[in-house]
Ligand binder design. Structure first.
Ligand code: AMP
Length: 533
């Protein structure tokens, strides 16, 4: 006996150790598991997007989750926080390459190998490698020639320098393309528009998407490192020789319809406290002049600004307007406003967007400080906030980005789009008590006896085929226990199948809400279920 208990203790200790080790696995900071019943709400939201966007003529696009880093750098802008600090990037090196980044590598052999890989295009032939490979060959040649004769102290120093340069060069070789997890999806949609020649389709092309985005931000409520967006884009190639001024009315109507669509989506979901803010940030003509003016004015008050804003005077003065710092608010209020510096075309389009929103019954407020964090926007920008979200209350951001497709190597193309933060949308719906029902079951099929199991399986099959959520216990249970479990699962009805029920073909049906019980045929039960939906 003593031996047995000792063995049990040992097994127990081993089990505890295993569990302790297992506990170490946790979702990475800023990421999370979405679980039932919450996932039902996520599905309902995505289904509603599909339906509402479908009524506006949008088709779904599912771009990949990673793309070349360069795509985001070019589209979103190298100076933005997203690209400069927040992307999850990696070198997609094939597994079979030698590890050049190992310090102890025989570097002469390594340079020979790298050169061979470069010449046979097994490592990228563009970018840094183009410069590094010939340079490395040269340095190795120099190293070999110096190493052969008797050495002076000067030679030794020279050799040390050469070795350092070679190892450092090897460490900087690009062994594969630089990729990034997407921080947003507009760049991907534009890339896809170009890659698939969508300019040849009837214009405009209207696409929507949903899926995870990745940004290395400081996690907090409503801000995650893996978060989800639902977005839409309208892309339209500009025919050659088109006078841009001629299409102001058309562009404004497209902008207003896109905004109307998001607002219709939010209304259908019952999102509360929805506020739309709009602005125009000008175009290639007028914006640079305004930015310059802003820079000059900001320099005059530089000493009164915080370090972030001071830095932005140089990198991106518009972003100073985004500042939430209390001490900067009065200073910002006195800065020149872009609305007073728009060129004639931008001013006309902005006025028309406002008129179009009015015609569509979309309420809005103007916010001249709304500049948005991404470089590609021009003219119309907008942001939508909702209640119950604390400081991270923006649920949607969007704007016009004519010229982005061209910047990415496509034909001259107009674009407007938005991205909704799905996590925040869900949070706001939950805060307003619109979280939706728990998973629950429609029917719990309790059975006892071999014959009853066959009948229970067949009943479950029919009920599931009719679309009802059914729980069928895998082993027989006493009816009392089965009913207790049915209750815990939130089942609406329990069907009880025992010898009597099989013999008479009359099921015992219990309504769990009020505890009432009745006998009925299978057909009668199906009828009851349908009616009680
Ligand atoms: P942006 O792509 O930065 O214009 O953001 C569009 C929307 O995505 C925002 O209004 C937010 O609702 C949402 N969003 C952006 N970043 C995050 C994040 N780190 N976590 C959760 N939602 C985010």
């Amino acid at each position: 006996m003593i031996g047995a208990s000792w063995k049990t203790e040992r097994a127990d200790a081993a089990f505890q150790r295993l569990m302790a080790e297992k506990k170490k696995f946790q979702a990475i900071k800023g990421t999370r598991d979405l679980l039932p019943p919450e996932t039902e709400l996520w599905n309902r939201v995505e289904q509603m997007a599909r339906e509402v966007f479908g009524t506006f003529g949008f088709g779904e696009i599912r771009p990949p989750i990673f793309e070349p880093t360069e795509l985001f750098a070019r589209a979103v802008g190298g100076e933005t926080d997203i690209v400069a600090k927040e992307m999850y990037s990696f070198e997609d090196r094939p597994g079979e390459l030698p590890d050049f980044k190992r310090e102890s590598y025989d570097f002469v052999k390594a340079v020979a190998e790298a050169t061979q890989l470069y010449e046979s295009a097994q490592i990228p032939q563009a970018g840094l490698n183009k410069v590094l490979i010939p340079l490395l060959a040269l340095k190795v040649e120099k190293y070999s020639s110096k190493y052969s004769g008797p050495l002076t102290a000067e030679d030794a120093a020279g050799i040390r320098k050469l070795v350092f340069d070679i190892i450092s060069g090897l460490n900087h070789l690009e062994l594969g393309p630089h990729l990034s997890l997407r921080p947003e999806a507009t760049a991907s949609v534009c890339r896809a528009y170009i890659e698939h020649g969508m300019h040849a389709l009837p214009q405009p092309v209207k696409l929507w998407y949903t899926g995870p985005m990745f940004r290395r931000e400081r996690p907090q409520k409503g801000r995650y490192r893996q978060f989800y967006q639902i977005g839409a884009e309208v892309l339209e190639m500009v025919p050659p020789n088109q006078d841009p001024a001629k299409n102001i009315g058309k562009d404004a109507a497209v902008d207003a319809e896109v905004i109307e669509m998001v607002m219709a989506f939010f209304a259908r979901l019952g999102l509360e406290g929805v506020k739309l803010e709009i602005n125009s940030i000008g175009d290639r003509d007028c914006r640079p002049k305004y930015v310059e003016l802003l820079r000059v004015e900001l320099l005059k008050v530089k000493e009164k600004l915080g370090p972030d804003s001071q830095r932005r005077i140089e990198t991106n003065p518009l972003r100073v307007l985004d500042s939430k710092l209390e001490s900067e608010q009065a200073i910002i209020a006195g800065l020149p406003k872009i609305a007073d510096h728009l060129c004639a075309n931008c001013a006309a389009q902005y006025a028309e967007v406002k008129r179009q929103l009015g015609m569509r019954g979309v309420a809005y407020a103007e916010n001249w400080r709304l500049v948005r964090g991404l470089d590609y926007y021009m003219r119309t920008t907008f942001e939508i906030t909702a209640q119950g979200l604390g400081s991270q209350n923006a649920v949607c951001g969007g704007g016009r980005y004519d010229g982005l497709v061209e910047l990415l190597g496509g034909p001259p193309t107009k674009g407007i789009g938005f991205a909704i933060g799905e996590d925040r949308l869900i949070l706001s719906l939950q805060e307003a008590g619109k979280g939706g029902a728990a998973t629950g079951r429609d029917v719990f099929v309790a059975w006892m006896g071999e014959k009853a199991q066959a009948a229970a399986i067949s009943a479950a099959q029919k009920l599931r085929a009719a679309g009802f959520r059914v729980e069928l216990p895998p082993v027989e249970q006493k009816f009392g226990k089965a009913l207790g479990q049915a209750d815990k699962l939130g089942a609406r009805f329990a069907v009880i199948l025992g010898d009597d029920e099989i013999a008479t073909e009359q099921w015992t049906v219990k309504t769990l809400a009020d505890g009432s019980q009745a006998k009925m045929s299978e057909a009668e039960f199906l009828e009851l279920l349908r009616k009680s939906l």
